[in-house]
Ligand binder design. Sequence first.
Ligand code: C2E
Ligand code: MG
Ligand code: MG
Ligand code: MG
Length: 296
Amino acid sequence: AKAACDSIKRERGRAYCVFSEHLRQELAVRSYVIAHIDEAVENGYIEIYYQPVVRTLTGNLAGMEALARWHDPVYGFLRPNQFIPVLEEERLIDKLDRYVIRECGRQLRRQMDAHQPIVPISFNVSRMDFQLMDVLSEIESVVRENGLPRDCLRIEITETAMVQDRNRILEMIDRFRGNGYPVWLDDFGSGYSSLNVLKDYHFDELKIDMEFLRVFNDTSRKIITSVVMMAKAIGIHTLAEGVETREQVEFLRSIGCEKLQGYYYGRPMPYDELVAHCRERHLCAETRQEERIYGE
Ligand code: C2E
Ligand code: MG
Ligand code: MG
Ligand code: MG
């Protein structure tokens, strides 16, 4: 018994050390992020990656999601979960998201200048952004300055953002939609109030949280099927996140989920890589006419 006890103590001790080392690292990254966000934006350490979104019915490219990446000279590659939550908690997230919105505008302008079909971009906004900046005027000025058609930008708001600031967000969603910008509900099913959120807010599209595909069993398939049916019944488009296998694609097609996004079609990548990737995979951008037929 003594040996067992000593062994547990040793294990615990080690676990504690590993834990505290991990925590120390995390705290270091955290204060680094807070101190360097301005510099990162100014010096171009923040890069926007784009992940393809595919129309299930046609297999064409229906859009792309803008996802922030931080290439740091000191820390190397920082993942969004290392800097987004920190920036939100410290009320600094608008510094990043202003930049992301500007970059999306510039990207769309480049597509137009190259006479490429415009692939609509969706970007993520945080609940905190609504307190820190006027998101709509930011988008409007980007659209105006770049001479963009307004429906080529879509706003993703994560479900968990809806818990607080209910009225403010409700009003913002109405203003976005009233001005012609589609609003998507991100990570649907990940929070505690999914159905309430659908009852109270009007969204153009539901992004079904990837957790339902990660555990791809009979129950989760039934849940996804019901979500797609429910969304159809109330007139909201559907997109499944985290699609990784052929089997999932077949299933989602069979239940009529309209758009698909996930590693199966491509990881988030720099725009130029995405262009090459799409060429290689014979992914064609859908036309505006196709879009009108199938979606928005
Ligand atoms: P999200 O908006 O739900 O984005 C989807 C996340 O899932 C991305 O992670 C993407 O890389 C990942 N993903 C996509 N397909 C697959 C797949 O098939 N399998 C798996 N396992 N993962 C997949 P990422 O880029 O690390 O971003 C994490 C979250 O950080 C985003 O979740 C979003 O909430 C937030 N975020 C990212 N960029 C921004 C930004 O510019 N502004 C704000 N406010 N939030 C952002
Ligand atoms: Mg998103
Ligand atoms: Mg999501
Ligand atoms: Mg997510």
